[in-house]
Design a protein around this ligand. Structure first.
Ligand SMILES: NC(=O)c1ccc[n+]([C@@H]2O[C@H](COP(=O)([O-])OP(=O)(O)OC[C@H]3O[C@@H](n4cnc5c(N)ncnc54)[C@H](O)[C@@H]3O)[C@@H](O)[C@H]2O)c1
Length: 185
């Protein structure tokens, strides 16, 4: 008997990186995994490696798609016990802009004085900002709302992913972009 035997765990962005690792960890504890990712092949790779579970394509910033995906999880695996809001987007143009400036700053630091401004914030475009907010904030809200919709009041809680021990019907919520964690007693 493992800690999460039979629990249904939804991991957004479960196709790569931290989300993929979370899928493996939860599966090792006996949870049944739904890896939802904007990249279906990535989600499928995760589930194939685990050996069992559900892989589905999902853009977490699409409210209707989130509702449909959670309905699909409930239909195929059962009610959602654990939700890990992990999906995260990187502003690639922004990273490409900032990386060379960072390298220049490091070189200047080694030489004794940093003179190059990063301008990381002031160069971020409206479009990049909206995309980041849509994935990290809207996505977290849409997924949490959908997962909680059919939960019985009092049988769930929202908590930090860093909690040591799994609890009954827990929903894990993390807002990656803003680094916000919110919880309910
Ligand atoms: N890696 C870090 O150092 C770091 C630091 C702070 C926060 N984070 C946060 O942790 C989370 C995971 O980071 P990572 O490094 O594993 O990222 P990653 O880029 O390796 O993986 C992110 C996954 O999310 C998926 N994804 C992207 N947009 C999506 C969308 N709209 N809908 C569904 N899936 C989507 C990607 O396809 C990918 O599989 C992100 O939220 C990130 O912001 C990471």
């Amino acid at each position: 008997m493992k800690g999460l035997d039979g629990r249904v765990a939804v991991v957004t962005g479960g196709g790569a990186g931290i989300g993929e690792a979370i899928c493996h960890r939860l599966a090792a504890e006996g949870a049944r995994i739904a890896a939802l990712d904007i990249s279906l092949p990535a989600a499928q790779r995760t589930i194939k490696a685990i050996g069992d579970g559900l892989a589905a394509e999902l853009d977490v910033s699409d409210s209707a798609a989130v509702d449909a995906a959670i309905t699909g999880v409930e239909r195929d695996l059962g009610p959602v016990d654990i939700l890990v809001n992990n999906a995260g987007a990187v502003g690639l143009d922004h990273v490409r802009r900032v990386t060379p400036l960072l390298e220049r700053q490091r070189a200047e630091m080694a030489a004794g004085k940093v003179e190059t401004p990063l301008d990381a914030l002031v160069r971020l475009s409206d479009e990049e900002w909206r995309h980041l907010m849509a994935v990290h904030l809207d996505g977290t809200f849409y997924c949490t709302r959908a997962a909680l919709l059919r939960q019985v009041p009092g049988e769930w809680e929202v908590c930090d992913v860093e909690l040591d021990e799994p609890r009954e019907r827990e929903v894990l919520v993390r807002m990656g972009a803003a680094g916000l964690v919110f919880g309910e007693g």
